[in-house]
Design a protein around this ligand. Structure first.
Ligand SMILES: [Mg+2]
Length: 404
């Protein structure tokens, strides 16, 4: 059995816990620029239709008495760590999927902690007692169903889907709730009149695969098969950083500067964790809130800011810009341990730009570590920040990593 835990309105709940004046009030955690978006909304704020990722100005329009609190990632990370160590006390198989979310494989823990339900309740109680925060737990025989279950009775919920109930729940599951089904897939599903996961079983796998490549996975899920194990590997799946711009921009030089800045942040994070990446991706959100992401898989793993920047820039150049950009981000994935052997090229190794940049990065990283902030910047970026061209960063790892 797999248990999925998701903290309720995590950032907002932490703020309400630490400041009694915020309790029972509509609160959002968000940046202070007028272009910021809601990071987390308290349940009181959600009553007004306020949701994560909604622009703050819109949230304000929906609720006159809305209280906006700036986030404190250091505090949230510290609480996250405590929560994860509580989970580790119940099972050695814990996979953290974001700052406030984790899967726990509880198979075989029965002798120590009783039924899955008892165990779920014990975890919730321990978190409540230790951190004064509520959480929602879902327990099911497969991973993705556990995640769906944790969402069923939020907040402060505990939902158990037994192996006997699983087929019925799966068949009736609205297709938009299935992870990996986006807008484009939804359109195709509507054409085929697929509304629930169970409807997929009406089609043959070869037909679905021919039409839509990634369907074998959905087909398996619809049959109750989810072979993905709870992964305890402590390597994050990706690192990314993005900036919401203080004004929509379309000029190349400004965006280049932002990509450079984000690439440096990501590169620094990557190197600090002794990792290298095999994939670089970029994300752009346009003035009309549509967004694109593009990625490239590299022949050789890299970790220098310059290499990440160059790949990001290459990806950016290939995107046809029809609208102005309001958010730009750079990320890396397919992360590998730096200490693992890496295929080396036989000739001219010392002359490779990646090797030379490694020396620059090392020097910059150590200065940043000692003095912090913007002690040192690439010259191209200096001009940009002097202009005050953009809002400061929203360093985001949301929903992407396994461990902060
Ligand atoms: Mg949550």
């Amino acid at each position: 059995m797999i248990l999925h835990i998701d903290m309720d309105a995590f950032f907002a709940a932490v703020e309400q816990r630490d400041n009694p004046a915020l309790r029972h009030k509509p609160v959002i955690v968000a940046g202070n620029s007028k272009r910021s978006v809601v990071s987390t909304a308290s349940y009181e704020a959600r009553k007004f239709g306020i949701r994560s990722a909604m622009p703050v100005y819109e949230a304000k329009l929906r609720c006159a008495g809305l209280i906006i609190v700036p986030g404190n990632m250091g505090k949230y990370r510290a609480d996250s760590k405590k929560i994860m160590s509580i989970l580790a006390g119940f099972s050695p198989l814990v996979e953290q999927v974001s700052i406030d979310e984790a899967f726990v494989d509880i198979t075989g823990c029965g002798r120590l902690f009783g039924s899955p339900e008892d165990m779920g309740r014990a975890i919730k109680n321990k978190i409540q007692a230790g951190l004064s925060l509520t959480s929602s737990i879902g327990i099911a025989p497969i991973k993705f169903l556990a995640k769906i279950a944790s969402d069923m009775n939020k907040p402060d919920g505990l939902t158990l889907i037994t192996p006997a109930e699983a087929p019925r729940v799966l068949a009736a599951l609205p297709i938009q709730k299935v992870p990996g089904v986006g807008q484009a897939a939804m359109k195709q599903m509507n054409i085929l009149n697929i509304r629930c996961l169970g409807d997929i079983q009406k089609f043959s796998l070869p037909l679905l695969t021919r039409k839509f490549g990634k369907w074998p996975h959905l087909f398996e899920l619809s049959g109750g098969i989810d072979p993905t194990p709870v992964e305890t590997g402590h390597i994050r799946k990706s690192i990314s950083s993005e900036t919401t711009l203080s004004r929509d921009v379309s000029d190349f030089e400004t965006l280049k500067g932002i990509l450079l800045d984000r690439a440096q942040t990501v590169g620094r994070d990557l190197r600090a964790k002794q990792l290298v990446c095999e994939t670089v991706f970029i994300k752009l959100k346009f003035s009309d809130f549509t967004q694109v992401t593009r990625s490239k898989t590299l022949d050789t793993p890299v970790s220098s800011s310059a290499a990440i920047f160059n790949e990001a820039l290459g990806l950016y150049r290939k995107i046809e810009l029809q609208r102005k950009i309001r958010l730009a981000g750079v990320g890396v994935s397919s992360l590998k341990d730096k200490t693992r052997p890496v295929q080396m090229q036989l000739l001219g190794e010392e002359k490779k730009p990646e090797m030379r940049w490694a020396c620059v990065d090392k020097a910059v990283d150590s200065i940043m570590e000692k003095f912090g902030g913007n002690m040192i910047q690439k010259a191209a970026l200096k001009e940009l920040s002097d202009e005050g061209g953009y809002d400061d960063t929203k360093h985001s790892n949301q929903g992407m990593d396994t461990l902060p």
